[in-house]
Write a new protein. Structure first.
Lengths: 415, 305
């Protein structure tokens, strides 16, 4: 094992290399492109034995990935944002094929307005497609999740595709020290892919993705995939325990940080959770009883672990880096559904929306979130979802608008 | 190359595609698929896009002796890419031998082929994918009740072109679009001309690379005629010159069957409900002449007279 300074993208590429991926259907999109460029260079240098094919769209890319996986090779692919949505029809389809492969999504906000910067609306838009979802907060976790994700996808109790998700820019382009396991160690943890009976061979005809008539057959296969996904919890825990034995790093379905004895808790996913940890430390320094819960698995949703981790909390603040228009935060909604009817559910569960399109969530934001949560507990009233936005930000946008207006007036345009 | 198919009796006498599928009686697409499957055999995986023939494989039944993969409407050629690449990888690694290898055959309707599937087809040809593509062309979105598609001929009445002049557009020249990519092989065919079809499949089967064929698929329900007339309608499409039988190879287009003399287009049009507005309540001489002139102009350019 050696330590290297790696970006999240490079850590993902290295994960694919160590997993001995056979096939990479690819399509460039910011901020993911470094992954496929890195692998492309390794293939050309003879460092990696993999076939890479640049497709003409993410829709075709996901189709080819699923088709290759059900033919029996180990497949990797990567995308982001608009690409993930462009391929969404096929995400549902290949999950229905029970095609086990790993797809990286480097999270980025969705158009319109078009942006390159990160938030989680892309990954939340595909939360129900049947892919399992592993969310990373550090570059180390990206590499480790890649290796574990193949075990998870290919496990006979699961046999579903897995998305490894991490934030654009904040992780994709940020270098962090990463412990890189040796190929031998990974080989002994991750055996070659065994496609079992789902594979195309001339002497064993197989029909995949066939039509069904009537709800009984349809429901049967959809339920099967759902139940297989739910088994992903215990399978992940088993794989993570083995991973810990092999590599010394432990991953639960949740990461909890100083939350066991805390009265208040932040809940969020992704790289900004590392900022939340820092805020927890600073708040604890001034006497707060506060912690963090970060779901690592979002599909299957670790319901029991979440209910347990948040039991008897006074106040829980859910910070969503996504916005379900007309509703609020997606993670908040999911948490509410888990906690309702639970004995010892938190007294108040608050929703905060922030970090959209690359917007920072500052230490001050976290302090304010904590203060609002404590006040809600004291008042016994849960305020509506709060959209994090500062006066300075509003001023900044107003300034842009006045520049646009002035420019139009100088050109003699309309109002 | 001398074809093994010189006379009708040379065609396979045993049929390997199962019967009892939910295709309509008299389906010209199924007729062609039977003929193709008999020659191409069962050592393949058929990669399908949304269309009528998606209903050939309904759980847990299939008429195919070989494999099947249903993808979506737009990306069957990309599915073919994934399967082909995976089989190549497995052979290179020595995990399967050639006996376990499969031909990859895309099967889509004209809706997919001319519309949302065109991008993935174009890209598969760009990548020189070793695959076979069969488009059954019933000149409309048949599975949803024959709305017009880019393959619908001028003046045809469809569920979405019910006006007195029918479909205002012109049938997209998919053959020319495919051929412009300079793939290994492109052909048109029709089930009603089984020898011509058999020779084309026989030829393409021996090639590597992108091989694409459009089979005109007379459609009793969509075009409006008695199912028993399907073969006759298919023959008339060729005899009137409306459906030229041709192939593209090595940069050249060759017509494989030229009808002399050509029958008037009316003989084909008048047999179908979708063109009845050209004849009743009174003849639409202008439209009939336009259709005839276009066919004549096509053949004039080919035959030079």
């Amino acid at each position: 094992m050696k330590r290297e300074l790696l970006t999240g993208n490079r850590a993902a590429a290295l994960g694919a290399l160590l997993a001995r991926v056979d096939y990479l259907p690819a399509f460039p999109i910011t901020p993911q492109t470094e992954i496929i460029e890195t692998i492309g260079a390794w293939i050309e240098d003879g460092k990696m034995d993999c076939r890479m094919v640049t497709m003409e769209s993410e829709h075709s890319m996901i189709t080819a990935a699923g088709a290759a996986a059900v033919t029996g090779v180990r497949v990797f692919s990567a995308t982001s944002s608009q690409g993930l949505l462009y391929g969404t029809e096929m995400l549902y389809t290949v999950a229905g094929w029970r095609a086990p492969f790993v797809l990286v999504n480097v999270s980025r906000g969705l158009s319109a307005p078009i942006t390159l910067e990160p938030d989680h609306n892309d990954i939340m838009a595909v939360r129900d497609c049947g892919f399992l979802q592993v969310h990373c907060a550090t570059c180390q976790e990206v590499l480790d999740s890649m290796i574990m994700a193949y075990r998870l996808a290919e496990d006979e109790k699961v046999r579903l595709p897995v998305i490894v998700n991490f934030d654009g820019f904040y992780l994709s382009f940020t270098r962090e020290p990463v412990e890189v396991p040796t190929p031998d160690a990974v080989d002994s943890f991750l055996p070659p892919f065994d496609p079992g009976s789902i594979r195309f061979r001339a002497n064993e005809p197989l029909s995949e993705g066939v039509a069904v008539l009537g709800g009984a057959a349809y429901s049967y296969f959809r339920y099967e995939a759902h139940l297989a996904s739910e088994q992903g919890i215990e399978v992940f825990e088993k794989i993570a325990a083995e991973f810990s034995d092999c590599f010394g790093r432990s991953y639960g379905v949740l990461e909890t940080y100083k939350s066991e004895d805390a009265e208040f808790t932040f809940v969020m996913i992704g790289s900004f959770a590392t900022k939340a940890k820092d805020a927890v430390d600073r708040l604890r320094d001034v006497g707060w009883s506060i912690g963090l819960v970060r779901p690592r698995l979002l599909r299957p949703f670790p319901k029991e672990a979440i209910a347990k981790a948040l039991k008897n909390k006074k106040g829980v603040a859910v910070i969503d880096q996504n916005l379900a228009a007309g509703l609020g935060g997606v993670l908040y909604t999911e948490l509410s559904s888990v906690l309702y009817n639970q004995k010892g559910a938190p007294d108040v569960l608050l929703s905060f929306i922030g970090g959209l399109g690359g917007r920072d969530i500052t230490p001050e934001d976290f302090y304010q979130i904590a203060a609002v949560t404590r006040k809600a507990v004291e008042d016994g009233e849960t305020p509506p979802p709060r959209l994090l936005y500062s006066e300075e930000e509003l001023l900044e946008v107003r300034k842009l608008q006045s520049v646009a207006r002035a420019a139009r007036q100088t050109r003699g345009g309309g109002k | 190359m001398i074809s093994a198919f010189q006379r009708l009796k040379d065609l396979p006498s045993s049929h390997i595609l199962g019967s009892g599928t939910p295709m309509c009686a008299g389906c010209g697409g199924l007729e062609a698929l039977h003929e193709i499957y008999d020659i191409i055999g069962e050592k393949n995986v058929i990669v399908n896009a949304a269309g009528c023939m998606t209903l050939l494989s309904i759980y847990p039944f299939t008429p195919f002796r070989g494999s099947w993969l249903y993808t979506a409407m737009a990306s069957a050629p990309a599915g073919a890419q994934g399967v082909r690449d995976a089989l190549d990888i497995l052979q290179k690694k020595g995990e399967i031998d050639t006996a376990e290898d499969l031909e990859v055959l895309v099967l889509t309707g004209d809706g997919s082929a001319n519309g949302m599937g065109l991008s993935s087809t174009s890209a598969a040809i760009d990548r020189n994918l070793d695959f076979f593509y069969v488009c059954y062309d019933n000149e409309g979105y048949g599975n949803t009740g024959q709305q017009y598609s880019a393959a619908t001929p001028h003046a045809a009445r469809t569920a979405t072109s019910r006006g007195v002049h029918g479909y205002p557009g012109y049938k997209k020249d998919l053959f020319a679009i495919w051929a412009a990519h300079r793939p290994e092989y492109v052909a048109t065919a029709v089930g009603a001309e089984p020898l011509d079809l058999a020779r084309k499949i026989e030829k393409a089967k021996k090639m590597k690379g992108p091989r694409l064929i459009i089979v005109l698929s007379p459609c009793p329900t969509g075009w409006g005629y008695d199912p028993q007339e399907s073969v006759e309608i298919g023959r008339l499409a060729v005899k009137t010159g409306i459906w030229p039988l041709k192939e593209y190879e090595d940069g050249k287009v060759v017509h494989t069957k030229i009808s002399r003399p050509r029958l008037p287009v009316e003989e084909y049009l008048s047999r179908q409900e979708r063109f009845q507005h050209l004849f009743r309540p009174q003849r639409d001489e202008q439209l009939l002449a336009e259709i005839q002139n276009r066919v004549d102009a096509y053949w004039q350019a080919i035959e030079g007279r």
